[in-house]
Design a protein around this ligand. Structure first.
Ligand SMILES: [Zn+2]
Length: 147
């Protein structure tokens, strides 16, 4: 039995979840929020860095801002992709207007931008608004052999 580390997107606690429990929508041991239910959640600077550094599951981050029309247009597509990719990959959002320092560290030049991380490093990135199927394909192609 292998367990995976997952950072709670609500409280930032690192949880250990048994691999076979991922399908059963595990919850955070501290705050009770779901850890991996296919819903897109918003990260802050702390949970962003922690999840990239610590998580054992791939993480797809949508860097966006409220003023960005294409970002808002892509949001429902990103939500669909998140459902399709769960529980193997977690999909989250980072508001670059609230967290410009995080965006600059992630070298985000334009939004929306999707960056796929796996075990502490960037695997690939995709710029511009995309439909759900393209987002899911992008992730699967770049994680070939991992899922
Ligand atoms: Zn929590």
């Amino acid at each position: 039995m292998t367990s995976v580390k997952l950072t709670c997107t609500s409280c930032g606690q690192i949880n250990r979840v048994a691999g076979e429990r991922l399908e059963q929508r595990p919850k955070c041991g501290i705050c009770g929020e779901p850890l991996d239910d296919g819903k897109v959640r918003e990260l802050d600077a702390k949970s962003h860095d922690k999840a990239i550094r610590s998580d054992d599951l791939p993480l797809l981050v949508d860097y966006w801002a409220p003023w960005c029309g294409p970002c808002r247009m892509m949001a429902p597509e990103f939500a669909k992709a998140a459902q399709a990719l769960a529980p193997d990959v977690r999909c989250v959002k980072l508001n670059t207007q609230d967290h410009p320092d995080v965006a600059s560290r992630a070298k985000i030049m334009g939004i929306p931008a999707l960056v796929l991380y796996d075990r502490g490093r960037e695997v690939a990135r995709l710029a511009g608004a995309r439909p759900a199927a393209q987002i899911a394909d992008f992730v699967r192609q770049n994680l070939a052999g991992r899922m």
